[in-house]
Design a protein around this ligand. Structure first.
Ligand SMILES: NC(=O)c1ccc[n+]([C@@H]2O[C@H](COP(=O)([O-])OP(=O)(O)OC[C@H]3O[C@@H](n4cnc5c(N)ncnc54)[C@H](OP(=O)(O)O)[C@@H]3O)[C@@H](O)[C@H]2O)c1
Length: 311
């Protein structure tokens, strides 16, 4: 009797740098693929990653490895980057590899969705693409903020990030500028609320990317930004990041200014993350990170724009 080829279940192996693996992404993965299985490893460091990677890579052979997906996660952005680098290095020395999904505490998919939503608002209002736009990312040093700044810079926007610490912000700006071989990101210190107006005075687009429950932009600050036409907020925990912008808003928040609230961004974020997981699952290997997340989110927006134009 002819031997049946092996059939492989999809397995997501979560490598999380935190003490507890966040259930958020475990649930998103299992809902995208209800027949899949999840293995989770916590407190993972760059040093630990190669051992786990070799042990997940070899047992199923190349055919099975195509069904084993690595999802790298965690709130420590630097450690996540070390785990990604160590995972890629380990796979480069093996005869085959696996797909690697990277979305540290939703930072990549959220930033991708936030930037794509502001791109869409700009296009819909006849203001064109992000290239050359003056964008201020408030609190642009966290996982979401620095990824948004990185994507805006890749879109050739003129980016300002704010931070309570100039030195902390400069580390982020230097990293992004080195990556795009151009000085596209600069830093302003906002250690007191009264410094915010100066950080946004020339901005055409403002994205508030601060920690949950911190208001970063008041109505008075926005009034001091006469060129600003689009404002986004990613903080869904009260007090919200932008005064006068509700979490579900995707509408004109004051004459001539389009506001996009955290939950409106969150809807595109979830679609983006699910599609990242689907694409990683369809491919035997590859890196599925912020760049893929942005391609997915922007494609969704471009489709919406095309549909509206066809009406
Ligand atoms: N909408 C969604 O779908 C979604 C998904 C994931 C996350 N989120 C939200 O996205 C936001 C950013 O996430 P994250 O992980 O990047 O945030 P985070 O690292 O906790 O904070 C981002 C930045 O906020 C600044 N900050 C912290 N405490 C502050 C304070 N008391 N006053 C002023 N600034 C302060 C810090 O910048 P400096 O130290 O440089 O000043 C920090 O780097 C959070 O609100 C999170 O809940 C939203």
């Amino acid at each position: 009797m002819a031997q049946q080829p092996p059939t492989f279940k999809t397995v997501f192996v979560f490598l999380d740098t935190d003490k507890y693996c966040s259930p958020f992404d475990l649930l998103v993965a299992i809902d995208a693929f209800p027949d899949s299985m999840i293995f989770k490893y916590e407190n993972v460091t760059g040093e630990d990653a190669p051992k786990i990677v070799y042990d997940l890579l070899f047992p199923r052979g190349p055919a099975g490895a195509a069904h084993t997906k690595v999802f790298i996660n965690g709130s420590n952005f630097e450690e996540v980057e070390k785990v990604v680098a160590a995972t890629q290095k380990a796979m480069s020395t093996a005869p085959w590899g696996n797909s690697i999904i990277v979305d540290p505490r939703g930072g990549y998919s959220t930033a991708a969705a936030a930037v794509a939503k502001t791109f869409g608002a700009s296009m819909e209002r006849g203001r064109g693409s992000l290239e050359g736009k003056k964008v201020t990312v408030l609190a642009g040093t966290g996982p979401v903020g620095q990824t948004a700044a990185r994507i805006y810079a890749a879109e050739k926007a003129d980016v300002t990030i704010s931070s309570r610490s100039l030195a902390k912000g400069q580390v982020v700006a230097d990293k992004i500028n080195a990556e795009c071989s151009a000085k596209r990101v600069k830093v302003v210190e906002v250690s007191k609320p009264e410094q915010t107006a100066a950080a946004v005075k020339d901005a055409e687009i403002i994205l508030a990317a601060g920690a949950g429950g911190i208001q970063l932009l008041t109505a008075a600050d926005l009034a001091a930004a006469p060129k600003c036409k689009i404002v986004g907020d990613i903080n869904a925990i009260k007090p919200l990041g932008v005064e006068g912008l509700g979490p579900n808003d995707d509408k004109e928040m004051k004459p001539g200014v389009w506001g996009i609230g955290a939950l409106a961004i969150g809807k595109l974020k979830i679609k983006t993350e699910v599609e990242m997981i689907k694409r990683a699952t369809a491919e035997p290997q590859g890196l599925f990170d912020y760049a893929i997340a942005y391609t997915i989110a922007k494609d969704q927006i471009l489709k919406k724009l095309a549909k509206a134009a066809a009406k």
